[in-house]
Design a protein around this ligand. Structure first.
Ligand code: ADP
Ligand code: MG
Length: 474
Protein backbone atom coordinates (compact mmCIF):
# COMPACT_ATOMS: atom_id res chain seq x y z
CA UNK A 1 0.00 0.00 0.00
CA UNK A 2 1.41 3.39 -0.90
CA UNK A 3 1.01 6.64 0.92
CA UNK A 4 -0.90 7.92 -2.00
CA UNK A 5 -4.05 8.15 0.11
CA UNK A 6 -2.49 10.88 2.27
CA UNK A 7 -1.60 12.97 -0.71
CA UNK A 8 -5.01 12.48 -2.31
CA UNK A 9 -6.81 13.29 0.93
CA UNK A 10 -4.80 16.47 1.29
CA UNK A 11 -5.90 17.52 -2.17
CA UNK A 12 -9.49 16.80 -1.18
CA UNK A 13 -9.04 18.87 1.96
CA UNK A 14 -7.79 21.84 0.01
CA UNK A 15 -11.09 22.00 -1.87
CA UNK A 16 -13.17 21.22 1.18
CA UNK A 17 -11.51 24.07 3.04
CA UNK A 18 -12.79 26.50 0.45
CA UNK A 19 -16.33 25.29 0.83
CA UNK A 20 -16.88 25.18 4.55
CA UNK A 21 -16.46 27.66 7.34
CA UNK A 22 -13.25 27.50 9.37
CA UNK A 23 -15.26 26.17 12.34
CA UNK A 24 -16.91 23.55 10.15
CA UNK A 25 -13.54 22.52 8.82
CA UNK A 26 -11.94 22.33 12.25
CA UNK A 27 -14.83 20.33 13.68
CA UNK A 28 -15.62 17.93 10.90
CA UNK A 29 -12.58 17.55 8.68
CA UNK A 30 -9.45 18.18 10.71
CA UNK A 31 -10.03 15.05 12.87
CA UNK A 32 -10.29 12.75 9.85
CA UNK A 33 -7.34 10.44 9.20
CA UNK A 34 -6.89 8.99 5.72
CA UNK A 35 -6.33 5.24 5.99
CA UNK A 36 -5.98 3.69 2.57
CA UNK A 37 -6.72 3.95 -1.10
CA UNK A 38 -7.42 0.61 -2.71
CA UNK A 39 -9.21 0.02 -6.01
CA UNK A 40 -10.35 3.61 -6.12
CA UNK A 41 -11.85 3.30 -2.67
CA UNK A 42 -10.61 5.89 -0.25
CA UNK A 43 -11.02 4.89 3.39
CA UNK A 44 -11.04 7.58 6.04
CA UNK A 45 -11.05 7.16 9.78
CA UNK A 46 -13.58 9.10 11.84
CA UNK A 47 -13.91 9.28 15.63
CA UNK A 48 -17.39 7.80 16.02
CA UNK A 49 -20.65 6.80 14.39
CA UNK A 50 -22.27 10.13 15.00
CA UNK A 51 -19.42 11.81 13.20
CA UNK A 52 -19.85 9.53 10.21
CA UNK A 53 -23.60 10.13 10.14
CA UNK A 54 -23.10 13.86 10.32
CA UNK A 55 -20.69 13.78 7.40
CA UNK A 56 -23.10 11.64 5.42
CA UNK A 57 -26.03 13.84 6.22
CA UNK A 58 -24.42 17.15 5.63
CA UNK A 59 -21.34 16.93 3.51
CA UNK A 60 -21.93 13.96 1.28
CA UNK A 61 -22.21 15.99 -1.91
CA UNK A 62 -19.04 17.85 -1.17
CA UNK A 63 -17.24 14.59 -0.37
CA UNK A 64 -18.48 13.01 -3.54
CA UNK A 65 -17.31 15.93 -5.59
CA UNK A 66 -13.77 15.74 -4.22
CA UNK A 67 -13.66 11.94 -4.51
CA UNK A 68 -14.77 12.20 -8.10
CA UNK A 69 -12.18 14.84 -8.82
CA UNK A 70 -9.16 13.43 -7.00
CA UNK A 71 -9.77 9.68 -6.80
CA UNK A 72 -11.77 8.65 -9.80
CA UNK A 73 -15.03 9.39 -11.59
CA UNK A 74 -16.37 6.21 -10.00
CA UNK A 75 -14.32 6.54 -6.82
CA UNK A 76 -15.84 5.36 -3.54
CA UNK A 77 -15.56 6.48 0.03
CA UNK A 78 -15.52 4.23 3.09
CA UNK A 79 -15.34 5.06 6.76
CA UNK A 80 -13.45 3.43 9.54
CA UNK A 81 -15.08 4.18 12.83
CA UNK A 82 -12.92 4.10 15.91
CA UNK A 83 -15.07 2.40 18.49
CA UNK A 84 -12.51 2.80 21.24
CA UNK A 85 -9.26 4.44 20.33
CA UNK A 86 -7.29 2.46 22.92
CA UNK A 87 -8.41 -0.80 21.37
CA UNK A 88 -6.96 -1.65 17.99
CA UNK A 89 -9.72 -4.21 17.49
CA UNK A 90 -12.34 -1.59 17.82
CA UNK A 91 -12.44 -0.45 14.27
CA UNK A 92 -15.37 -0.85 11.92
CA UNK A 93 -15.26 -0.16 8.23
CA UNK A 94 -18.48 1.05 6.69
CA UNK A 95 -19.24 2.07 3.15
CA UNK A 96 -20.46 5.53 2.38
CA UNK A 97 -24.20 5.42 1.77
CA UNK A 98 -23.41 6.53 -1.77
CA UNK A 99 -26.74 8.19 -1.79
CA UNK A 100 -27.80 10.23 -4.79
CA UNK A 101 -27.78 13.96 -4.87
CA UNK A 102 -30.84 15.17 -3.08
CA UNK A 103 -29.10 18.11 -1.54
CA UNK A 104 -29.51 21.51 -3.06
CA UNK A 105 -26.58 23.11 -4.78
CA UNK A 106 -24.16 24.91 -2.57
CA UNK A 107 -23.99 28.63 -2.97
CA UNK A 108 -27.51 29.65 -3.71
CA UNK A 109 -29.86 31.34 -3.47
CA UNK A 110 -28.48 34.80 -2.69
CA UNK A 111 -28.57 35.27 0.99
CA UNK A 112 -30.45 38.23 2.41
CA UNK A 113 -28.75 40.37 5.03
CA UNK A 114 -30.34 38.46 7.86
CA UNK A 115 -29.11 35.15 6.63
CA UNK A 116 -26.49 35.02 9.31
CA UNK A 117 -29.34 34.29 11.69
CA UNK A 118 -31.01 31.72 9.52
CA UNK A 119 -29.02 28.71 10.75
CA UNK A 120 -31.61 28.61 13.51
CA UNK A 121 -33.55 26.76 10.87
CA UNK A 122 -33.16 22.99 11.09
CA UNK A 123 -32.94 22.60 7.32
CA UNK A 124 -29.90 24.82 7.12
CA UNK A 125 -26.72 22.90 7.46
CA UNK A 126 -24.25 24.45 9.86
CA UNK A 127 -20.60 24.67 9.02
CA UNK A 128 -21.01 25.55 5.36
CA UNK A 129 -19.92 28.93 4.14
CA UNK A 130 -22.81 29.28 1.76
CA UNK A 131 -26.40 28.29 2.28
CA UNK A 132 -27.19 24.69 1.54
CA UNK A 133 -30.59 23.25 2.21
CA UNK A 134 -31.47 19.62 2.45
CA UNK A 135 -34.40 19.13 0.07
CA UNK A 136 -35.76 16.33 2.25
CA UNK A 137 -36.64 14.38 -0.87
CA UNK A 138 -36.93 10.60 -0.85
CA UNK A 139 -35.04 9.35 -3.85
CA UNK A 140 -37.17 6.25 -4.23
CA UNK A 141 -40.23 8.31 -4.98
CA UNK A 142 -39.57 9.18 -8.62
CA UNK A 143 -41.82 9.53 -11.65
CA UNK A 144 -40.23 6.35 -12.98
CA UNK A 145 -41.67 4.37 -10.11
CA UNK A 146 -45.00 6.23 -10.07
CA UNK A 147 -47.18 4.08 -12.28
CA UNK A 148 -49.52 5.99 -14.55
CA UNK A 149 -53.20 5.11 -14.75
CA UNK A 150 -56.58 6.72 -15.33
CA UNK A 151 -56.71 7.37 -11.61
CA UNK A 152 -53.75 9.74 -11.61
CA UNK A 153 -53.20 10.89 -15.19
CA UNK A 154 -54.06 14.56 -14.70
CA UNK A 155 -52.13 14.97 -11.46
CA UNK A 156 -49.14 13.08 -12.81
CA UNK A 157 -48.86 15.02 -16.05
CA UNK A 158 -49.43 18.33 -14.26
CA UNK A 159 -46.59 17.31 -11.95
CA UNK A 160 -44.28 16.62 -14.87
CA UNK A 161 -45.20 19.97 -16.40
CA UNK A 162 -44.49 21.77 -13.14
CA UNK A 163 -41.09 20.08 -12.87
CA UNK A 164 -40.25 21.18 -16.42
CA UNK A 165 -41.31 24.78 -15.89
CA UNK A 166 -41.47 25.46 -12.18
CA UNK A 167 -43.26 28.67 -11.34
CA UNK A 168 -43.81 29.57 -14.97
CA UNK A 169 -47.05 27.91 -16.00
CA UNK A 170 -50.56 28.30 -14.71
CA UNK A 171 -50.27 25.37 -12.32
CA UNK A 172 -49.20 27.50 -9.44
CA UNK A 173 -49.97 26.33 -6.89
CA UNK A 174 -50.40 22.72 -7.89
CA UNK A 175 -52.72 21.19 -5.34
CA UNK A 176 -52.92 17.38 -5.23
CA UNK A 177 -55.60 15.79 -3.10
CA UNK A 178 -56.75 12.25 -2.35
CA UNK A 179 -57.61 9.83 0.39
CA UNK A 180 -54.83 8.16 2.28
CA UNK A 181 -52.36 5.78 0.63
CA UNK A 182 -53.11 6.88 -2.92
CA UNK A 183 -49.79 8.47 -3.82
CA UNK A 184 -49.79 12.15 -2.78
CA UNK A 185 -46.50 11.97 -0.97
CA UNK A 186 -44.89 9.85 -3.68
CA UNK A 187 -46.03 12.23 -6.41
CA UNK A 188 -44.86 15.40 -4.71
CA UNK A 189 -41.43 13.89 -4.04
CA UNK A 190 -41.29 12.90 -7.71
CA UNK A 191 -42.03 16.49 -8.72
CA UNK A 192 -39.25 17.76 -6.45
CA UNK A 193 -36.72 15.22 -7.68
CA UNK A 194 -37.54 15.82 -11.32
CA UNK A 195 -37.25 19.57 -10.82
CA UNK A 196 -33.82 19.11 -9.30
CA UNK A 197 -32.79 16.85 -12.15
CA UNK A 198 -33.90 19.31 -14.80
CA UNK A 199 -32.93 22.48 -12.93
CA UNK A 200 -30.03 21.68 -10.61
CA UNK A 201 -29.67 25.35 -9.80
CA UNK A 202 -33.10 25.54 -8.17
CA UNK A 203 -33.60 25.18 -4.45
CA UNK A 204 -36.33 22.68 -3.77
CA UNK A 205 -37.73 22.02 -0.31
CA UNK A 206 -40.17 19.34 0.76
CA UNK A 207 -41.82 19.94 4.13
CA UNK A 208 -44.65 18.23 5.89
CA UNK A 209 -47.17 20.77 7.08
CA UNK A 210 -46.60 19.42 10.56
CA UNK A 211 -42.90 20.30 10.35
CA UNK A 212 -43.78 23.75 9.10
CA UNK A 213 -46.03 24.20 12.11
CA UNK A 214 -43.50 22.98 14.69
CA UNK A 215 -40.80 25.05 13.14
CA UNK A 216 -42.98 28.11 13.12
CA UNK A 217 -43.95 27.66 16.75
CA UNK A 218 -40.28 27.42 17.73
CA UNK A 219 -39.40 30.46 15.65
CA UNK A 220 -42.27 32.49 17.09
CA UNK A 221 -41.28 31.60 20.64
CA UNK A 222 -37.76 32.86 20.13
CA UNK A 223 -38.89 35.95 18.22
CA UNK A 224 -37.49 34.62 14.98
CA UNK A 225 -40.61 35.02 12.86
CA UNK A 226 -38.89 37.28 10.27
CA UNK A 227 -36.04 34.78 9.86
CA UNK A 228 -38.51 32.00 9.42
CA UNK A 229 -40.31 33.93 6.68
CA UNK A 230 -37.07 35.00 5.02
CA UNK A 231 -35.85 31.46 4.90
CA UNK A 232 -38.94 30.23 3.10
CA UNK A 233 -38.90 33.19 0.74
CA UNK A 234 -35.61 31.91 -0.66
CA UNK A 235 -37.00 28.62 -1.90
CA UNK A 236 -37.62 28.12 -5.62
CA UNK A 237 -40.00 25.23 -5.20
CA UNK A 238 -41.82 24.76 -1.93
CA UNK A 239 -43.65 21.46 -1.47
CA UNK A 240 -45.99 21.28 1.51
CA UNK A 241 -47.36 17.80 2.21
CA UNK A 242 -50.63 17.24 4.08
CA UNK A 243 -51.70 20.86 4.32
CA UNK A 244 -54.82 19.76 6.23
CA UNK A 245 -52.59 19.63 9.27
CA UNK A 246 -52.67 23.43 9.35
CA UNK A 247 -56.44 23.43 9.91
CA UNK A 248 -57.16 25.53 12.95
CA UNK A 249 -53.54 26.65 13.27
CA UNK A 250 -54.10 30.32 12.61
CA UNK A 251 -50.56 31.56 13.25
CA UNK A 252 -48.93 29.14 10.84
CA UNK A 253 -51.61 29.81 8.25
CA UNK A 254 -50.97 33.52 8.52
CA UNK A 255 -47.24 33.15 8.07
CA UNK A 256 -47.74 30.69 5.24
CA UNK A 257 -50.04 33.19 3.56
CA UNK A 258 -47.20 35.72 3.44
CA UNK A 259 -44.72 33.16 2.18
CA UNK A 260 -47.20 31.93 -0.41
CA UNK A 261 -47.79 35.43 -1.78
CA UNK A 262 -44.12 36.20 -1.95
CA UNK A 263 -43.25 32.97 -3.75
CA UNK A 264 -46.07 33.23 -6.19
CA UNK A 265 -45.38 36.86 -7.03
CA UNK A 266 -41.78 35.93 -7.70
CA UNK A 267 -42.69 33.01 -9.97
CA UNK A 268 -41.57 30.43 -7.48
CA UNK A 269 -43.45 27.15 -7.58
CA UNK A 270 -45.70 25.93 -4.80
CA UNK A 271 -46.92 22.33 -4.59
CA UNK A 272 -49.45 21.37 -1.95
CA UNK A 273 -51.07 18.08 -1.03
CA UNK A 274 -54.25 17.69 0.95
CA UNK A 275 -56.44 14.83 2.07
CA UNK A 276 -59.53 16.79 1.01
CA UNK A 277 -60.66 18.98 -1.82
CA UNK A 278 -59.35 22.39 -0.69
CA UNK A 279 -62.79 24.00 -0.26
CA UNK A 280 -63.72 21.18 2.08
CA UNK A 281 -60.82 21.92 4.42
CA UNK A 282 -62.32 23.20 7.62
CA UNK A 283 -60.51 25.58 9.92
CA UNK A 284 -58.56 27.04 7.03
CA UNK A 285 -58.53 30.75 6.28
CA UNK A 286 -60.66 31.72 3.32
CA UNK A 287 -57.92 33.89 1.81
CA UNK A 288 -55.61 30.86 1.68
CA UNK A 289 -58.27 28.60 0.19
CA UNK A 290 -59.03 31.18 -2.47
CA UNK A 291 -55.35 31.32 -3.38
CA UNK A 292 -55.18 27.57 -3.73
CA UNK A 293 -57.78 27.95 -6.48
CA UNK A 294 -55.46 30.15 -8.54
CA UNK A 295 -53.55 27.16 -9.82
CA UNK A 296 -54.57 23.63 -10.61
CA UNK A 297 -56.27 21.23 -8.26
CA UNK A 298 -55.97 17.59 -9.28
CA UNK A 299 -57.00 14.46 -7.44
CA UNK A 300 -55.66 10.92 -7.21
CA UNK A 301 -58.38 8.33 -7.34
CA UNK A 302 -58.52 4.69 -6.43
CA UNK A 303 -56.64 2.74 -9.10
CA UNK A 304 -58.59 0.34 -11.31
CA UNK A 305 -57.54 -3.34 -11.50
CA UNK A 306 -55.34 -2.75 -14.57
CA UNK A 307 -53.41 0.00 -12.81
CA UNK A 308 -53.17 -2.11 -9.68
CA UNK A 309 -51.64 -4.88 -11.80
CA UNK A 310 -49.07 -2.46 -13.22
CA UNK A 311 -48.26 -1.18 -9.74
CA UNK A 312 -47.71 -4.74 -8.51
CA UNK A 313 -45.38 -5.43 -11.43
CA UNK A 314 -43.50 -2.22 -10.78
CA UNK A 315 -42.94 -3.14 -7.13
CA UNK A 316 -41.91 -6.68 -8.07
CA UNK A 317 -39.40 -5.47 -10.65
CA UNK A 318 -37.96 -3.29 -7.97
CA UNK A 319 -37.63 -6.12 -5.48
CA UNK A 320 -36.38 -8.78 -7.88
CA UNK A 321 -38.98 -11.26 -6.55
CA UNK A 322 -41.37 -13.07 -8.87
CA UNK A 323 -45.05 -13.72 -8.13
CA UNK A 324 -46.95 -16.23 -10.27
CA UNK A 325 -49.45 -14.57 -12.63
CA UNK A 326 -52.50 -15.91 -10.82
CA UNK A 327 -51.21 -14.40 -7.58
CA UNK A 328 -50.68 -11.01 -9.21
CA UNK A 329 -54.19 -11.12 -10.66
CA UNK A 330 -55.68 -12.21 -7.38
CA UNK A 331 -54.09 -9.38 -5.44
CA UNK A 332 -55.00 -6.84 -8.12
CA UNK A 333 -58.63 -7.94 -8.03
CA UNK A 334 -58.99 -8.21 -4.30
CA UNK A 335 -57.08 -5.36 -2.68
CA UNK A 336 -58.93 -2.22 -3.61
CA UNK A 337 -58.76 0.06 -0.63
CA UNK A 338 -55.51 1.86 -1.41
CA UNK A 339 -52.01 1.40 -2.74
CA UNK A 340 -50.36 1.33 0.66
CA UNK A 341 -52.46 -1.69 1.52
CA UNK A 342 -51.56 -3.30 -1.79
CA UNK A 343 -47.91 -2.91 -0.81
CA UNK A 344 -48.66 -4.28 2.63
CA UNK A 345 -50.13 -7.45 1.18
CA UNK A 346 -47.17 -7.87 -1.17
CA UNK A 347 -44.67 -7.36 1.63
CA UNK A 348 -46.41 -9.91 3.84
CA UNK A 349 -46.40 -12.43 1.02
CA UNK A 350 -42.71 -11.91 0.35
CA UNK A 351 -41.88 -12.14 4.03
CA UNK A 352 -43.91 -15.32 4.48
CA UNK A 353 -42.32 -16.98 1.52
CA UNK A 354 -38.84 -16.01 2.67
CA UNK A 355 -39.42 -17.11 6.26
CA UNK A 356 -41.04 -20.41 5.40
CA UNK A 357 -38.78 -20.96 2.41
CA UNK A 358 -41.85 -21.72 0.32
CA UNK A 359 -42.67 -20.38 -3.10
CA UNK A 360 -45.54 -17.96 -3.32
CA UNK A 361 -48.86 -19.60 -4.13
CA UNK A 362 -52.40 -18.47 -4.71
CA UNK A 363 -53.42 -20.17 -1.51
CA UNK A 364 -50.94 -18.14 0.48
CA UNK A 365 -52.12 -14.93 -1.18
CA UNK A 366 -55.74 -15.74 -0.36
CA UNK A 367 -54.94 -16.33 3.29
CA UNK A 368 -52.92 -13.16 3.64
CA UNK A 369 -55.52 -11.01 1.94
CA UNK A 370 -58.25 -12.49 4.03
CA UNK A 371 -56.30 -11.66 7.14
CA UNK A 372 -55.50 -8.19 5.92
CA UNK A 373 -59.05 -7.42 4.97
CA UNK A 374 -60.37 -8.86 8.20
CA UNK A 375 -57.92 -6.75 10.18
CA UNK A 376 -58.90 -3.68 8.28
CA UNK A 377 -62.56 -4.33 8.77
CA UNK A 378 -62.09 -4.90 12.48
CA UNK A 379 -61.02 -1.33 12.92
CA UNK A 380 -64.01 0.16 11.11
CA UNK A 381 -66.97 0.87 13.35
CA UNK A 382 -70.41 1.94 12.23
CA UNK A 383 -69.85 5.19 14.06
CA UNK A 384 -66.67 5.84 12.10
CA UNK A 385 -68.53 5.32 8.85
CA UNK A 386 -71.39 7.58 9.90
CA UNK A 387 -68.86 10.29 10.70
CA UNK A 388 -67.23 10.00 7.31
CA UNK A 389 -70.53 10.14 5.47
CA UNK A 390 -71.68 13.11 7.56
CA UNK A 391 -68.46 14.94 6.96
CA UNK A 392 -68.95 14.44 3.24
CA UNK A 393 -72.52 15.72 3.25
CA UNK A 394 -71.68 18.44 5.74
CA UNK A 395 -74.30 17.31 8.20
CA UNK A 396 -73.94 16.29 11.80
CA UNK A 397 -74.19 12.67 12.99
CA UNK A 398 -77.24 13.69 15.02
CA UNK A 399 -78.98 14.83 11.85
CA UNK A 400 -78.38 11.60 9.99
CA UNK A 401 -79.96 9.47 12.66
CA UNK A 402 -83.04 11.69 12.94
CA UNK A 403 -86.08 10.30 11.24
CA UNK A 404 -86.21 12.96 8.58
CA UNK A 405 -87.32 12.06 5.06
CA UNK A 406 -85.33 14.88 3.49
CA UNK A 407 -83.79 13.46 0.32
CA UNK A 408 -80.20 14.27 1.20
CA UNK A 409 -80.57 12.80 4.68
CA UNK A 410 -82.15 9.64 3.36
CA UNK A 411 -79.39 9.26 0.83
CA UNK A 412 -76.66 9.87 3.40
CA UNK A 413 -78.25 7.36 5.76
CA UNK A 414 -78.56 4.73 3.04
CA UNK A 415 -74.95 5.19 1.99
CA UNK A 416 -73.83 4.92 5.59
CA UNK A 417 -75.79 1.69 5.97
CA UNK A 418 -74.37 0.23 2.79
CA UNK A 419 -70.80 1.12 3.75
CA UNK A 420 -71.33 -0.17 7.27
CA UNK A 421 -72.46 -3.49 5.88
CA UNK A 422 -69.50 -3.61 3.54
CA UNK A 423 -66.80 -2.52 5.95
CA UNK A 424 -67.90 -3.20 9.50
CA UNK A 425 -68.50 -6.45 11.28
CA UNK A 426 -71.83 -5.20 12.57
CA UNK A 427 -75.04 -7.12 11.85
CA UNK A 428 -77.87 -5.54 9.88
CA UNK A 429 -79.85 -5.00 13.07
CA UNK A 430 -76.94 -3.38 14.82
CA UNK A 431 -76.30 -1.11 11.81
CA UNK A 432 -80.00 -0.19 11.80
CA UNK A 433 -79.90 0.53 15.51
CA UNK A 434 -76.97 2.90 15.12
CA UNK A 435 -78.36 4.61 12.03
CA UNK A 436 -81.49 6.03 13.65
CA UNK A 437 -83.11 3.00 15.28
CA UNK A 438 -84.13 1.34 12.03
CA UNK A 439 -84.81 -2.38 11.73
CA UNK A 440 -82.74 -4.81 9.75
CA UNK A 441 -85.19 -4.83 6.83
CA UNK A 442 -84.66 -1.10 6.35
CA UNK A 443 -80.91 -1.64 6.26
CA UNK A 444 -81.35 -4.45 3.79
CA UNK A 445 -83.52 -2.24 1.60
CA UNK A 446 -80.99 0.61 1.83
CA UNK A 447 -78.16 -1.67 0.72
CA UNK A 448 -80.17 -2.82 -2.28
CA UNK A 449 -81.09 0.73 -3.23
CA UNK A 450 -77.46 1.86 -3.09
CA UNK A 451 -76.29 -1.18 -5.06
CA UNK A 452 -78.90 -0.45 -7.74
CA UNK A 453 -77.98 3.18 -7.92
CA UNK A 454 -74.30 2.30 -8.25
CA UNK A 455 -75.15 0.31 -11.33
CA UNK A 456 -77.42 2.81 -12.98
CA UNK A 457 -76.38 6.29 -11.90
CA UNK A 458 -72.95 7.42 -13.03
CA UNK A 459 -72.97 10.61 -11.00
CA UNK A 460 -73.96 8.73 -7.89
CA UNK A 461 -71.14 6.28 -8.52
CA UNK A 462 -68.57 9.09 -8.62
CA UNK A 463 -69.90 10.59 -5.42
CA UNK A 464 -69.97 7.20 -3.74
CA UNK A 465 -66.37 6.47 -4.77
CA UNK A 466 -65.37 9.77 -3.21
CA UNK A 467 -66.90 8.79 0.10
CA UNK A 468 -65.66 5.22 0.00
CA UNK A 469 -62.13 6.35 -0.59
CA UNK A 470 -62.21 8.21 2.71
CA UNK A 471 -62.85 4.99 4.54
CA UNK A 472 -59.60 3.48 3.31
CA UNK A 473 -57.41 3.00 6.33
CA UNK A 474 -53.74 3.98 6.44
P1 ADP B 1 -50.46 9.28 0.46
O1 ADP B 1 -49.41 10.32 0.66
O2 ADP B 1 -51.53 9.72 -0.50
O3 ADP B 1 -51.03 8.75 1.73
P2 ADP B 1 -48.23 7.69 -0.49
O4 ADP B 1 -47.65 8.62 -1.50
O5 ADP B 1 -47.55 7.57 0.80
O6 ADP B 1 -49.78 8.04 -0.26
O7 ADP B 1 -48.39 6.26 -1.20
C1 ADP B 1 -48.52 5.05 -0.47
C2 ADP B 1 -47.67 4.00 -1.12
O8 ADP B 1 -48.18 3.67 -2.40
C3 ADP B 1 -46.24 4.47 -1.34
O9 ADP B 1 -45.35 3.46 -1.02
C4 ADP B 1 -46.18 4.79 -2.82
O10 ADP B 1 -44.89 4.54 -3.36
C5 ADP B 1 -47.19 3.84 -3.40
N1 ADP B 1 -47.84 4.41 -4.59
C6 ADP B 1 -48.82 5.31 -4.61
N2 ADP B 1 -49.19 5.61 -5.89
C7 ADP B 1 -48.40 4.88 -6.68
C8 ADP B 1 -48.28 4.73 -8.11
N3 ADP B 1 -49.07 5.40 -8.95
N4 ADP B 1 -47.33 3.87 -8.56
C9 ADP B 1 -46.55 3.18 -7.71
N5 ADP B 1 -46.61 3.27 -6.38
C10 ADP B 1 -47.52 4.10 -5.85
MG1 MG C 1 -48.71 11.19 2.43
Amino acid sequence: MSDNHVEIWNKCLSVIKDNVTPEGYATWFAPIVPVSLVNNKLTIQVPNHFFREFLEENFIDLLRTVIKRFVDEKGKLAYQVVVDSTDKQGIMTLPSSNRGFSKNPIGQPPAPERLSQVPMNPFVIPGLKKLQIDSQLNENYTFDTFVEGDCNRLARSAGIEVAKNPGKGSFNPLVIYSGTGLGKTHLCHAIGLETKRLHPEKTVLYVQAEQLYTQYVTAAKSNNRPDFINFYKMIDMLIIDDIQFLSGKAGTQDVFFHIFNHLQQNNKQIVITSDKFPSDLQGMEERLLSRFKWGLTADLQLPDPATRTSIIHEKLDDSGIVFPDDVVQYIANNVHSNIRELEGVMNSLMAQSLLNKKSITLDMAQQIIERFVRNTVKEVSVEYIINIVCEYFKISPEQIVLNTRKRQMVQARQIAMYLAKKYSNASLSSIGEQCGKKDHATVYHACKTVANQLETDKQFKVMFADIEKKIALP
